[in-house]
Design a protein around this ligand. Sequence first.
Ligand code: ASP
Length: 311
Amino acid sequence: MKKIGLAIHGGAGTIRRSTMSRILEKEYIKGLKNSLVAGWKVISKGGSSLDAVCESVVILENNPLFNAGKGSVFTNEGKNEMDAAIMDGRNLESGAIAGVMGIKNPILLAKEIMQKSEFAFLSGNGAEKFAKKMKLQSENEKYFFTQKRWEQLQKAKKSGKAFLDHTDFDKNLKNKYYGTVGAVALDQHGNLAAATSTGGMTNKMFGRIGDSPLNGIGNYANNKTAAISCTGSGEYFIKLTVAFRISALMEYKKLSLKKAVEQVILKELVKINGDGGVIAIDNKGNINLTFNSEGMYRGSMNDSETFIGIY
Ligand code: ASP
């Protein structure tokens, strides 16, 4: 059997063991594990990497702990505007959405756009209209309301700034957490896929779009190289076209996945003060989970090992 593998993330940032309660830590680990198991079920039975990354991301979107789908943060107008992207490494086909409201699983909408429309990227009302046509499940504002996110918005509003996910407003305004979710996978057929989904930033100006729905930046898959999903300060990831940069270093400079990821995340991104990380898997099944922040909710699975990490 050919090598298969899967990696997931639930965001990066100032995540410290010292400020995390045991109960919450357990909840995060459970959430990450459920996501890994769901994706693994697909690829271990011979299914596609594309279906596997969707399964993994849907589980995280349905979990209010993560800033995607149900747990999405609020814009300055008190709405949940979600972004998502998916990419198929076989043919570089991609699908993405930005600024979408009321869709239970944004990643499934991105997939429908890739597979059933003539477009690669739809935003706002247009994307919502397409979701209706595809009969995707919608949810009302109540579904997306979480008390924790609402309180974060009130605090962020007082400070007059936009923050990345569940920033620890009370203790240190510099602490940042990025709760975006993502998955990358390699299937038995040698195909790579990547999926990323997010609510963006707390108190973001309506209409703000980060790196997550931008294929080539926050999300990328190419069978020649790797599948990559990013989390972190979107504006900096955009500056460096992070995901494609990693792939290009592999394709044109013949760097290994590890070397390419480390050059971009630990050197180039650090140089411009960008923080966050990536999960990546190459076409041989090598997995890399690298971040330059204090922590990243992450997990990976292949035939020989299952790993879940936070700090
Ligand atoms: N990259 C995301 C954004 O800028 C945030 C995150 O990773 O949580 O919207």
